[in-house]
Design a protein around this ligand. Structure first.
Ligand code: NDP
Length: 277
């Protein structure tokens, strides 16, 4: 763990390398805002960009990647199939639309955004098809609890490579993480900074001072040391740069314990068993 860098990757269950740290673009506006965020991130050395059809900014993400001048192959690009696009045929259509907006001819990771009851198994079949056709290098899910995964694995031919879940100091979901580990499914954290709320949590502010880092750097590093891939979002160049500057310090085991113990099983986003969208 001590030797991680911004280019470090974790090997997924199909052998594909997923960067440990990326840029999230939820609530980043399409157009200049997302184009700049993506360009600043790539210039700072980020290799992973996480978007979704529902974010409405895939076009700008594609432009940002192009304008950064980096080779497309150097970037690990994730997007997600939205709930209203689920089902076999609709997912295939949504995938093509995402490729068109992103202006790319393949994806690195395609995720089922939420476990829509009665639909996610057909959606998964479509993802398996896209994977087998070589249109996407890895496929996965998001917001799946253990029982959703268990149900999916009952019929799946391919075990998801990733489960992207809400994960931060107030929500660590240890049993779900253990379950994912047992199936070799990599956990990726969304809202690692609690959408900004971490800055009000005193023990985090105090620990950050101790390490002479920002609370964001502390929490991002805590994710990585727990083996969780993470995708903090920012639209500010200075924050994008500083959020990836987390490879020159190490949180002690004792202090990792302090952060782990902040868990309150408290969500800032919807509960995957009770969402209505
Ligand atoms: P984050 O936890 O990443 O927090 C983002 C917020 O923190 C923004 O308000 C940002 O402000 C602020 N921030 C970022 N860095 C700093 C800093 N260094 N100092 C002070 N403030 C900072 O929230 P997200 O919900 O965006 O989660 C991250 C990503 O996860 C998303 O962008 C998306 O890609 C993914 N996601 C996936 C979901 C899913 O269902 N699969 C659900 C939600 C998110 P500013 O931008 O103004 O800098």
């Amino acid at each position: 763990m001590k030797n991680l860098t911004l280019s470090s990757t974790v090997k997924l269950n199909n052998g594909i390398e997923l960067p440990y740290l990326g840029l999230g673009v939820f609530q980043t506006r399409d157009g200049v805002e997302v184009v700049n965020s993506v360009k600043w991130a790539i210039n700072a050395g980020y290799k992973l960009i996480d978007t979704a059809k529902i974010y409405g900014n895939e076009k700008g993400v594609g432009i940002g990647i192009k304008e950064s001048g980096i080779d497309r192959k150097e970037i690990f690009l994730t997007t997600k199939v939205w709930n209203s696009d689920q089902g076999y045929d609709n997912t295939l259509k949504a995938f093509d639309e995402s490729l068109r907006l992103l202006n790319v001819d393949y994806l690195d990771l395609y995720l089922i955004h939420w476990p829509v009851k009665g639909k996610y198994k057909d959606t998964w079949k479509a993802l398996e098809y896209l994977y087998e056709k070589g249109k996407v290098r890895a496929i996965g899910v998001s917001n799946f609890l253990s029982h959703h995964l268990e149900d999916l694995l009952g019929t799946a031919e391919i075990v998801p490579m990733v489960n992207q879940i809400e994960y931060h100091p107030y929500l660590t979901q240890p049993s779900l993480i253990e379950y994912c580990k047992s199936k070799n499914i990599q956990v990726q954290s969304w809202s690692p900074l609690m959408q900004g709320r971490i800055f009000e949590i005193e023990p985090l502010v105090n620990l950050a001072q101790k390490y002479n880092v920002t609370p964001a750097q502390l929490v991002i590093r805590w994710n990585l040391q727990n083996g969780i891939v993470t995708i903090p979002k920012s639209i500010h160049e200075d924050r994008i740069k500083s959020n990836c500057n987390v490879f020159n310090f190490n949180i002690s085991e004792h202090d990792m314990g302090i952060i782990n113990n902040l868990d309150r099983n408290e969500r800032i986003g919807p509960d995957p068993d009770h969402f209505d969208f």
